[in-house]
Ligand binder design. Structure first.
Ligand code: ADP
Ligand code: ADP
Length: 233
């Protein structure tokens, strides 16, 4: 079963002048894929991400995550599904400054009542893998931007989500930190078979993906696989 299946997804923002933001987007992602989406401002990237994240409702079409349709669930079940099955990474790291790196990383587990020892050992293992193992006792405000983003990545993966959704994860980073963060994503992808969907403007970040999809005016118009390119529309 595919981790993600998006079928004929459309979104029209109603208003005085209805705005079509997605016009029949179809694609799927298998476990362990690392997919990037690029496109100009206003092309529908945020809308797509928000609909996939179950934060926004589509006008038509469907989103299946591991064969289930969160948009068809009750509000409460959708929230539970989102918390269990999805991991989020944002441009502005969204860490809590008053917590340590370790406390930030285990936050999603504290909501589930995971025993402290297990939280600590999982945090240590993931932090090690991402190259922030020595920072666990520091506070979030004490570390660099790249280290903050790696912390956010660790937090997004700690509950072993089916799908990671990243929105411009290198948008606030210099090129060296960006490369380090993309290497962290690659490590998770290769070693944990993490399935990652990333919206980015950054060609360097996109170069780490297996597949880059280009979106314009709410439609996918090209897809590049590492080392090759093919038109899809
Ligand atoms: P991107 O993330 O690629 O910049 P968006 O998904 O934000 O694109 O926007 C796609 C289109 O939908 C644009 O025309 C934008 O103006 C419009 N749009 C986005 N959000 C809203 C909204 N809440 N209400 C009305 N129109 C919106
Ligand atoms: P896990 O990935 O944690 O193993 P499961 O799908 O096995 O999740 O479900 C564990 C329990 O949580 C079951 O009782 C299941 O009904 C419930 N559950 C899982 N996902 C949801 C969801 N999205 N909405 C409501 N209940 C859910």
């Amino acid at each position: 079963m595919s981790v993600l299946e998006v079928r004929a997804l459309s979104k029209i923002y109603e208003g005085k002048v209805p705005t079509p933001a997605l016009k029949g987007v179809t694609f799927r992602m298998e476990r362990g894929e690392f997919v990037g989406v690029m496109g100009p401002s206003g092309s529908g990237k945020t809308t797509l991400l928000n609909v996939m994240a179950t934060i926004d409702e589509p006008t038509s079409g469907s989103v299946l995550i591991e064969g289930r349709e969160p948009h068809q669930m009750s509000e409460e079940d959708t929230a539970l599904f989102r918390r269990r099955k999805l991991g989020f990474i944002f441009q502005q790291f969204n860490l809590l400054d008053t917590l340590t790196i370790e406390e930030n990383i285990v936050l999603p587990l504290t909501l589930d009542g995971t025993p402290v020892r297990e939280m600590e050992s999982r945090a240590a293992a993931i932090a090690q893998r991402l190259g922030i193992g020595g920072l666990l006792k520091k506070y979030a405000f004490e570390v660099s931007g790249g280290e903050m983003q790696k912390t956010a990545i660790a937090r997004a993966i700690i509950h072993r989500p089916s799908l990671i959704l990243a929105d411009e994860p290198t948008g606030n980073l210099d090129s060296r930190s960006s490369r380090e963060v993309m290497e962290a994503f690659t490590a998770l992808n290769e070693e944990e078979q993490a399935t990652i969907f990333m919206v980015t403007h950054d060609a360097v970040a996109a170069s780490y993906c297996h597949r880059v999809i280009f979106i314009k005016d709410g439609k996918f118009y090209n897809e590049i696989y590492r080392g090759s390119s093919r038109q899809v529309f």
